[in-house]
Design a protein around this ligand. Structure first.
Ligand SMILES: [Zn+2]
Length: 317
């Protein structure tokens, strides 16, 4: 029997946790669903990744209001994916900050990504009708690094290299050594790599490790609250990305087509990573992108709702 497309059959609600990492930093996590980071400064609050809709953002705001009444002035987008950005309007922020590369990706493929992601994972777009028409546009963009001062609290936003997408940034509290990684690091959840740079990603993880975080909020999965857990999260993500790439590259070198490379890679990785959430969902997208990178496409090709379904039929039909 063929598998249901992407995560259309994933309908079970998850338990939300709001984990305190310091007086200034919190993690809104939900058993492997997309996380939101919260930084509370002297005068303002910053939210990192928004949830998928303004209605879903209300639950984050409810949690924030349990610990502070300071205004939510900043929304940071770790990257362009719809599930991370389409809740932004719910916070009514003064500013939405992203890298210039993320801005460019929104221009180039934001519309297609929105349609594709909503089709893949309906549960993650609860009350999708609350998303305003059009796209979520940053009001501030940067390349490399910038600091936002929430009063005396410095938040560094840093581009440490390509990985999950071309435009990934992390948010870093240098004094407290707390890092919000976006989807560059996952924990107990399968890294989605359909728009990734497989050869760059491990180097970017090295750059994260070099900051020596004491705590790390991954894109999906529980907050990592000790250096040992941080190392575990980095190692798991690195192993998955490297294993997919090694398997796909070996297949390509042997002259195999995408379909056989997919089946072999799936079988090879399933025993080690099959228990991570969204494994079955991610693998077809991840292997397709990896095969592209190992053959003829330096940059990820745009996913459309139609291309998604066509690919799924070819590999899983
Ligand atoms: Zn993502």
């Amino acid at each position: 029997m063929s598998k249901t497309f992407a995560s259309q059959a994933d309908l079970e609600a998850k338990q939300v946790s709001f984990t305190k990492l310091s007086d200034n930093a919190y993690a809104y996590t939900a058993e492997g669903d997309p996380n939101t980071g919260v930084i509370i400064g002297d005068e303002a609050v910053m939210v990192i990744d928004t949830q998928a809709t303004p209605v879903m953002a209300q639950d984050v705001i409810r949690r924030i209001r349990e610990v502070t009444d300071k205004p939510i002035k900043y929304v940071v987008l770790s990257h362009y994916h719809a599930v991370r950005v389409l809740g932004a309007s719910g916070y009514k922020p003064e500013h939405i900050i992203a890298s210039r590369d993320t801005y460019d990706l929104i221009v180039e493929r934001g519309e297609q990504d929105k349609a594709s992601e909503i089709g893949r994972f309906p549960r993650l777009f609860q009350s999708v009708e609350s998303v305003p028409p059009g796209l979520t546009w940053p009001t501030i963009t940067f390349t490399g690094r910038m600091s936002v001062w929430l009063g005396k609290l410095e938040v560094q936003l840093i581009q440490l290299g390509r990985g999950h997408t071309k435009g990934d940034i992390v948010a870093w509290l240098p004094e407290q050594r707390i890092l919000f990684s976006g989807d560059l690091v996952e924990f107990g959840a399968t890294p989605y790599a359909g728009d990734a740079y497989f050869q760059d990603w491990p180097k970017t993880l090295d750059n994260i490790a070099a900051l020596k975080p004491q705590a790390l909020v991954p894109g999906r999965g529980a907050a990592l609250t000790t250096p040992e857990q941080v190392a575990q999260g980095l190692a798991g993500t690195r192993a998955f990305v490297s294993d997919v790439y090694a398997s796909v590259q070996a297949g390509v070198k042997a002259g195999k087509d995408l379909n056989s490379v997919y089946k072999e890679t799936f079988a090879k990785l399933k025993p080690t990573y099959g228990h991570w959430v969204i494994f079955d969902h991610c693998m077809p997208f991840d292997v397709t992108r990896c095969y592209d990178e190992a053959t003829q496409y330096a940059d990820p090709r745009i996913w459309t709702a139609e291309r998604d379904v066509e690919m799924w039929k070819t590999l899983e039909g």
